[in-house]
Design a protein around this ligand. Structure first.
Ligand code: DGJ
Length: 744
């Protein structure tokens, strides 16, 4: 087993496909009825010719069977690879094809396969990639429905490292009739039992990606979005774990959709305890017309299997998404410390005020000044101006070019906010192009924040926004763009598409967003893009392909951020987590937390400030100077080290997490206490990921410990509330500490 390398084999005599590397095996088989069956996905098993015993079939009372000859073949009880409804499998299907005669039945028969080294790009869609063909292999399984001539190519990529399989499906109508895809999931996986817990990351504006865990029971368990964005409410990421699996050990499978629009993630436990996972574009808001010769590519879904617990599952996603999903100049670079004026001024600013904020920030060690909403058109509040991307000359006499030059003269980089997908009714854009909105004829149009959604399914709209944004980018010193999106899509309908294509609008909209991102990021490769959608409403892998960091939440309260960032860390790397120190009382919750705790939370992210540092006392400004110096020293470790969750904010009063350097010589542990406790018990945390044989010195102390001691006996976190501990400052509510450990 030790020498086993990544491979994909086809065993002709048994009709079995085996994708494997040192971590996982994925097994499929051509079934007697010509469809593809699923045999196994889990820890690596050695390759051999025959695994057909894993295909269990039997005659069951009251179940429909395929034919008198194949009377033990009940599709209802078979584990399949890309199932359809209506031909005796009554579970929810992976695909639905609506035909001219009104039939929805199809039968995807195996036609052939090919294996390629590397991984193909998915045209117009974000996806994981390889930099060298030796990093992965891809299996293409060609299936065809004999009646309609619809070809479905199932793509499976296995990487040479990690328990990762990336999947998608490519359709071509090779028949003569017009078809409609009513459902085209990216992934369907039938697992042989249902002894799993389902973990989802759900919430709302200001409390995104809170962890919820529930048992699987017969029937469906699902989350999704039909809002036009992946959403605050549910993230396109779920985990199935065994009941005893925890952060340190046990089996788990993560499912992640590389997509930013409407999605469905579902588990269905059937009457024989088989669990079917489906993941892809939400079928409720999807109908894609496929004329003869037309094709359709689904988004990519990524599955990760581990038998080493949830931290290991997350680390596999982090590495993949950090190195082989995020792209470009900023992918591997520590991120600049920024200051954003939104919570400092909202719409109430002048150029002088902005420069005051920038000057003080520069003095405190901040590197990038970001001008948020309100710099363009008639935008003095949220009622007007969206869509008119020309600088307001009353506020900024020399425009963005002038302001960015003044910021550059301070020795800082300059960043700018856009919300390209939206328009206010009170705007020149709306007045000149009222037909550019998504709106249904003769129906009322709903509002959010006084704005409408532009029809990004139209090329002319996307092109217009490209012209506006690229013009500003070309003519000013801009190093960073914050791309915001502040409402969901309602009354979805495109004026340019015919009736039988209206089911395509949601997906075409996201393709338009991706197209604009692609054009801008290719033309301005050194600009750092941060995605944002009312905080974290589009914090998904699709966005990460274009923007290597995202604004995690509009909630900047340090205590709430523990839950938000902890939940986010299950799938997304620390380098993607936008995190800022903001003012107190906090603007969302009115909570007062120590400046040190606000920074100690924000260090585990991209780090920045969201307040006017002029409002701080001299002593606080000195602390900010120490914080920025500290982050500059350690940001590579924070953002690119191996991240471990230690204690969950969803479980109790203490949260803890840590990062470890690749050589295991340096680690930083974050420890956070929500409420203070009288006469508190002594406390310890057991660290993770250290080298047991290295002796680590605890910074700012005289103490040193071996890695094995820190991982097994633990590190004391007892504070001044455990009696009079020498030399400790008094503890308080919302207290926190960082422990920096360094080995020779
Ligand atoms: C919502 C974002 O999440 C905020 O950070 C800010 O940019 C506002 N929009 C501006 O309107």
């Amino acid at each position: 087993m030790e020498d086993m390398l990544m491979n994909i084999t086809f065993h002709k005599s048994t009709g079995i496909f085996h994708l494997y590397n040192n971590d996982i095996s994925y097994l499929m088989m051509i079934l007697p009825n010509g469809q593809i069956g699923q045999l196994y996905f889990g820890a690596a098993i050695r390759d051999r010719e025959d695994f057909s015993h894993l295909l269990e079939t039997c005659y069951r009372t009251n179940s429909a069977y395929y034919s008198e000859e194949l009377n033990t073949m009940c599709l209802e009880h078979l584990k399949q690879e890309y199932p359809v409804y209506g031909t005796s499998d009554f579970r929810e299907p992976a695909v639905e094809v609506i035909q001219e005669n009104g039939s929805h039945l199809s039968d995807f028969q195996y036609k052939g396969y090919r294996i390629e080294h590397g991984k193909p790009h998915l045209p117009g869609l974000p996806a994981t990639y390889t930099e060298d063909d030796s990093e992965a292999m891809t299996l293409f399984l060609v299936l065809k429905d004999p009646v309609t001539g619809l070809m479905a190519e199932l793509l499976y990529t296995i990487f040479n490292q990690g328990g990762i399989i990336a999947r998608s499906v490519y359709f071509v109508n090779q028949g003569t009739e017009i078809l409609h895809l009513g459902r085209a999931m990216s992934l369907s996986l039938d697992l042989p039992d249902s002894n799993y817990q389902w973990m989802q990351f759900s919430g709302a504006w200001g409390r995104e990606r809170y962890l919820h865990t529930r048992e699987l029971v017969p029937g469906t368990t699902s989350i999704g979005s039909t809002r036009g964005a992946s959403s605050h409410e549910h993230n396109p990421f779920v985990i199935l774990k065994r009941p005893h699996t925890d952060e340190l050990q046990g089996e788990a499978i993560g499912f992640s959709l590389v997509y930013s629009g409407n999605f469905l993630a579902q588990a269905e436990v059937d009457n024989q305890n088989i669990t079917r996972i489906l993941m892809g574009i939400h079928p409720d808001t999807f109908d894609w017309k496929l004329s003869p010769g037309a094709d359709f590519q689904t988004p990519e879904a990524v599955m990760v299997y581990t038998s080493y617990g949830l931290n290991h599952l997350s680390q596999t996603f982090h590495k993949l998404y950090q190195k082989r999903l995020a792209r470009g100049y900023w992918r591997d670079r520590p991120r600049p410390i920024l200051i954003n004026n939104w919570e400092a001024t909202y719409f109430d600013f002048t150029e002088e005020k902005l420069l005051d904020i920038a000057r003080r920030a520069k003095d405190c060690g901040v590197e990038l000044f970001v001008l948020d909403d309100g710099w363009f058109g008639a935008r003095r509040n949220s009622f007007a101006g969206l869509g008119d991307w020309t600088p307001n000359k009353e506020l900024l006499p020399d425009g963005i070019a002038g302001l960015s030059a003044k910021v550059a003269a301070l020795g800082m980089k300059f960043g700018l906010w856009f919300e390209p997908e939206m328009v206010n009714a009170d705007s020149d854009l709306y007045r000149s192009h009222p037909d550019w909105l998504l709106k249904t004829p003769h129906r009322h149009s709903s509002l959010t924040r006084h704005q409408y959604v532009l029809d990004f399914s139209r090329n002319d709209v996307v092109e217009h926004l490209y012209q506006q944004m690229s013009d500003i980018l070309r003519n000013a010193h801009i190093s960073y763009i914050k791309w915001d999106m502040n409402r969901y899509i309602t009354e979805c309908y495109s004026a340019l598409l015919p009736a039988d294509r209206q089911g395509e609008v949601f997906h075409r909209y996201i393709l338009g967003v991706y197209a604009l991102y692609e054009k801008l990021t290719s033309e301005f490769p050194e600009v750092l893009f941060e995605s944002c959608a009312s905080g974290g409403s589009r914090f998904d892998p699709g966005m990460l392909y274009y923007a290597p960091q995202g604004w995690t939440s509009d909630n900047t309260d340090a205590v709430d951020r523990l839950k938000i960032q902890y939940g986010t860390s299950y799938c997304y790397p620390i380098s993607s987590i936008g995190s800022h120190v903001s003012a107190v009382p906090n603007h969302q919750l009115f909570r007062i937390t120590p400046l040190s705790t606000r920074a100690n939370v924000a260090y585990f992210g991209t780090f920045g400030y969201e307040l006017d540092l002029n409002t701080l006392t001299d002593e606080e400004q000195a602390e900010v100077r120490r914080q920025t110096a500290f982050m500059k020293k350690w940001r590579h470790l924070f953002q690119f080290g191996t991240f471990y969750r230690i204690a969950s904010p969803f479980d109790g009063n203490i949260t803890s997490w840590m990062v470890v350097s690749d050589d295991q010589k340096t680690a930083i542990v974050g420890w956070y206490k929500i409420l203070n406790q009288t006469n508190a018990p002594f406390s310890r945390i057991r660290l993770l990921g250290l080298n047991p044989d290295l002796c680590y010195h605890l910074k700012d102390s005289t103490q040193s410990f071996y890695g094995d001691e820190l991982m097994h006996a633990g590190l004391s976190t007892s504070d001044s509330m455990c009696g009079e501990l020498m030399g400790r400052k008094p503890s308080c509510d919302f207290d926190s500490r960082l422990f920096i450990l360094q080995a020779e």
